[in-house]
Design a binder for this molecule. Structure first.
Ligand SMILES: Cc1ncc(COP(=O)(O)O)c(C=O)c1O
Length: 403
């Protein structure tokens, strides 16, 4: 009684939140603000947020749709605007040769992050296990923990092409696992997966009755003629898997919050049921703009691939030229760089920031197995991005010890 703080009782924070470390990019944002306040001319390879505008025809479609008062009301469409779901199904057929039932196998999301997070709540019980890759997008782990599940990390190692060794996952964890998150093209490593792995994955999921959730947020950012595959191209995959897509990176629409889930109808229904209890759909005008994005001209996507490929080459070739070697990713907008000897990930990121005003993300922000790497995002914030990449390489050469 007597030990209540002045001004009344202190608000309780839920244990699930107290036990969660701050979202890694929040910390990065703070370091970035400090450097800028200190007057640094920061070259920002931090967060993966496209620096180019949304293509004009998509903005125009939103403008037009927003003028129609029908779009101002609640989205009471259940799985999403039918035109949007049809556009997703047609895009899937064109892009991957996969047939989807727009009524049963497609669900609109308020961005991929929302769907990835809510899926854990929709399918996991306390005491279940979620298989989560390490390194990975932090949302898989945190959402599984929020749902009360235990997380079993599945290492993604460089010498295995950052593909998980399914046979090496402890049997006890597999027995209790109900959900496995994966991400290809992979953030943060830039690795890709091919059909032989996907075939093994479908067999594994069928044998163990684990739902596979493949995050394909970067499916369209691929280079040197490489085309990403869909897990759903593998026979039987729809029985065991869903795929989560985002319009954020493909069409430079991060702020719009639009994505979709496709695949196993029961999982789609389950996620819809959860969502209908916690959100009220997405702005209908944005879904109409999403139709313009998916069904409209795709030159904008080819253009972005060209831009990122050029930046990738400038960065990776430039760094190789000063003695810092790393592979060229075939996909995603990230370069995953092993840190030179003598540094941890965090030390390398701090050194780059302090000495060269170059902001990267320490690999350790994505999990234990990310230690020993830093991530460069090719979405360089600001203007004259190619010049800034060249400038970053020259600053690193002058100011940072690499060997
Ligand atoms: C691997 C991965 N999945 C999903 C997302 C989130 O995408 P969205 O903007 O659609 O929520 C991101 C964003 O950076 C990501 O890196």
């Amino acid at each position: 009684m007597g030990d209540e703080p002045k001004g009344g009782r202190q608000m309780q924070v839920a244990d699930r939140l107290l036990n969660t470390p701050p979202y890694p990019f929040a910390e990065l944002g703070m370091l970035k603000r400090k450097a800028i306040e200190g007057g640094a001319d920061l070259i920002d390879f931090g967060i993966g947020d496209p620096d180019q505008p949304t293509p004009a025809h998509i903005v125009e479609a939103l403008r037009e749709a927003a003028r129609d008062p029908v779009t101002h009301q609640y989205d009471e469409t259940g799985k999403g605007l039918p035109e949007f779901r049809k556009a997703v199904a047609s895009w899937y057929a064109r892009r991957f040769g996969v047939e989807l039932d727009a009524d049963r196998e497609v669900l609109r999301l308020i961005g991929a992050k929302e769907g990835l997070a809510h899926l854990a709540w929709a399918v996991l019980n306390p005491g279940d296990v979620a298989l989560v890759p390490d390194p990975a997008y932090p949302v898989y782990k945190v959402a599984s923990m929020f749902a009360g599940a235990e997380v079993e990390f599945v290492p993604l190692m460089e010498d295995a092409g950052y593909l998980p060794d399914l046979a090496a996952i402890p049997k006890e964890a597999v027995k209790r696992a109900r959900l496995m998150y994966l991400c290809y093209p992979n953030m943060p490593t830039g690795a890709v997966a091919e059909s032989d792995f996907y075939e093994r994955l479908v067999d594994f999921a069928r044998d163990t009755e684990i739902l596979i959730c493949l995050d394909m947020a970067y499916s369209e950012l691929c280079y040197d003629g490489y085309e990403t595959q869909s897990l759903l191209q593998v026979k039987g995959a729809k029985d065991v898997a869903i795929e989560i897509h985002s319009l954020s990176k493909t069409y430079n629409m991060t702020g719009w919050r639009l994505g979709f889930a496709v695949g196993n109808a029961q999982a789609i229904d389950t996620l819809e049921k959860f969502k209908s209890n916690v959100d009220s759909g997405a702005f209908l005008a944005i879904q109409r703009a999403g139709v313009a994005a998916l069904a409209g001209p795709q030159e904008c996507v080819a253009k972005m691939r060209g831009i990122y490929q050029k930046r990738r080459d400038l960065l990776v070739d430039g760094l190789a030229g000063i003695g810092w070697q790393m592979p060229k990713p075939r996909a995603t907008c990230y370069v995953w760089a092993p840190v030179p000897q003598g540094y941890t990930s965090a030390e390398m990121a701090e050194t780059l920031l302090r000495e060269a005003a170059v902001l990267v993300t320490p690999g350790s922000a994505y999990g234990e197995k990310g230690e020993g790497y830093v991530r460069f995002s090719l979405t360089v914030q600001g203007e004259r991005q190619e010049d800034r990449i060249v400038e970053a390489v020259s600053r690193i050469k002058e100011k940072v010890r690499l060997a």
